[in-house]
Structures are given as C-alpha cells and as structure tokens.
Design a protein around this ligand. Sequence first.
Ligand SMILES: Nc1nc2c(ncn2[C@@H]2O[C@H](COP(=O)(O)OP(=O)(O)OP(=O)(O)O)[C@@H](O)[C@H]2O)c(=O)[nH]1
Ligand SMILES: [Mg+2]
Length: 345
Amino acid sequence: MTLTKLRSQEIRAAMLQMAATSATENKNLTVSLVIPTKNEAKNLPYVLPRIPSIVTELILVDADSTDGTVEVARRLYPKVRVVGQTGRGKGNALRAGFDAAEGDIIVMLDADGSMAPEEIPAYIGALIAGADYAKGSRFMHGGGTVDMEPHRYLGNLGLTLMVRALFGGMYTDLCYGYCAFRRSVLPDLNLTSDGFEIETEMNVRALMAGIRVVEVPSFESERIYGTSNLNAIKDGFRVLNVILQEKFINNTSSKKERIGWTKDEFTPAMRLLIEEATNLDHQRPQLPELVYINAVNSIKAASLDLLNQESAHPGVRRQQEIYRQSGDKMWRFLDSETGNNPEIH
Ligand SMILES: Nc1nc2c(ncn2[C@@H]2O[C@H](COP(=O)(O)OP(=O)(O)OP(=O)(O)O)[C@@H](O)[C@H]2O)c(=O)[nH]1
Ligand SMILES: [Mg+2]
C-alpha cells in the first residue's frame, strides 16, 4: 500500500481483512479442558462424551477417588491425561491442572453434570472475539440455575455486590466455577487458593489485572449423582476472607493500568500506520526532504483521523491517553510540529 492511499476507507478495509485473518488463525488455538474430580465415576458418563471437538487436551485432576473415577474416565476418553494434586481441595486441584495444561486456552469444568460441556464454544468464542478471561454467569440474561438453595443464592448475591463495591466491575455472579481464559494470563492471576474460594480469587484478580474480562451466560443443572463437597457457611467465609485479603492485605484495590503497550495492542489499522511510519523513517536518508515531509504529513493526517474515529469509543480513548502519557515515540511523533519529526523506530 502506498503512502498516499492511506485514507480512512483503505484503513477500514485493511482492518477488516486483518481481523478476518486473525479469526482464521485463531482456529488453530489449542484448548485444554481441566476437570477436577472427587468420586465422580457415576457422573462422568454424562459429561465426558459431550466434550466438543474444539477441546484438544483433557486433564483430569483426581483427588485419589475410591469409586473408580480414573478408570471410568480412561474408558470414556482414552486420551485423557490424569494428574494428581499436591494438597487438598478444588482450588489445589485446579492449580495442578493449570500447571499441567499445554493449550493456548484453558477451560475449567465440574465433573458432577451441573455444567454443560456444550457451552464450551461460547466461552472460547468470547476469547477469540478479544477477551482474555471469560467467566460464566448464571444471573445474566441467557443463564440460569436449578441448583441453588435460597441461602446460597443470597450469599452469592451479597458477595457479588461486595466485590462490585470494593473493586468495581459489573460482575453478576461471583461463586461459579465455569470459566475459560488464555493460558498467558496465569501469571497475572498468580493463584494460591486451595478450596472453593479459588473461583473468587480468579475473578477478583482477573478484574484487577487489567486484562479483558467478560461474562458469558451459563446454565447450571443439578449435580446428577452424589453429594456436594461444598459447605455453604464454611466456604462462604473462605470466599469473604479472600475478598477482604485482596482488598486490604494484598492491596489490589485499584485496577492496574495497561501501560507499556506494544504494537500488537494497537488496532490493526494503527499498526499498519506505525509500520509505514517506521519504514519511512528508515528510508529517510535516501529521500528528498520535501518527499519525506509530505509523506510524514500524510501518515500523521491518517493517524490522527483514525485516532479521532477510534476515540469515539471511551475504552479506546482511555487506552490512548494512558499510552500518550507513557511518552512513547509514536505519540511524540504524532504530537510533534509538522516538519519537526523525531525519529520513531
Ligand atoms: N480433585 C478434586 N476435585 C474436587 C475436590 N473438591 C471438589 N472437587 C470437584 O470439583 C467439582 C465441584 O465440586 P462440587 O462438590 O460439585 O461443588 P460445587 O459445584 O461448588 O457445589 P454444588 O453446587 O453443591 O454441587 C466437582 O467436579 C468435584 O468432584 C477436591 O478436593 N479435589
Ligand atoms: Mg457441583
């Protein structure tokens, strides 16, 4: 594309094309499904055969089940990888599963038949569409539950509202363990919980880490066989403890700013312009001064035009401001007077 053609329409067309290409490339993403199990042999026949083919790796983290869970899993899903856990509890099991997972995307699912494996593509779709962390919600439109007594409903509601008040965000459901995320965000989450409170730890840390978080509607059915391992009172207090600890001890009270943006975090159109500007800068010694200045002005006009269009979106505008304050070379280039252009490579 020549410099003179860098006008809005071409930029938009380039954006669409790049978005389509990246969507196709995203189909090659690998997906690890992590399922913690504690005596779920009778439920697995209702869960494992329903796992969609988008899942490339199944990891079962078993708590030394005594009912033949592992044997049933191997029979139903011969490629399953079974890993043990280092301590006790669902959180401990999930962390072991996340450590073992090799996929680009990790999905976590319960084994008791309460979560539908058919929903997995919806979570992955949210990630492909740009989210880093997609958590299920039973209380947004399209979701639901038949597995919640009133006291658990009220407890979850209270804790959800508390997280909103202390950390911001718009979560509609806190204590729910259906979720998918890019494996690359694990260091941001830095998980330590051993029990059911791990879901809260993940949700609060994801919110605070400045990564892109969305909720996906999800329907929770009843556990098919067996009894819950969760104790609403004891585990409710563990959740409360995590929230207070995150707020007042770990001091994750405000969202981390996304600073130090890389070129990959620009929109495709802006990335294209940055590349053009960088190429131009490299060619500067060979170019007559007037040609160089005209080309620079052409790129600047297109960049500013694009910035104005993009800044109509509050989220993008905020990112632009943060980036501008970081004193990056691209911004110095855009902010400089015409004919007085600092080097930008
Ligand atoms: N590996 C492992 N898995 C566990 C442990 N505790 C629970 N799980 C599994 O974690 C999943 C969720 O546990 P549940 O007992 O159903 O708890 P819950 O879904 O939060 O509670 P309910 O809504 O009452 O079913 C299930 O697949 C359990 O088998 C544990 O200590 N170790
Ligand atoms: Mg359950």
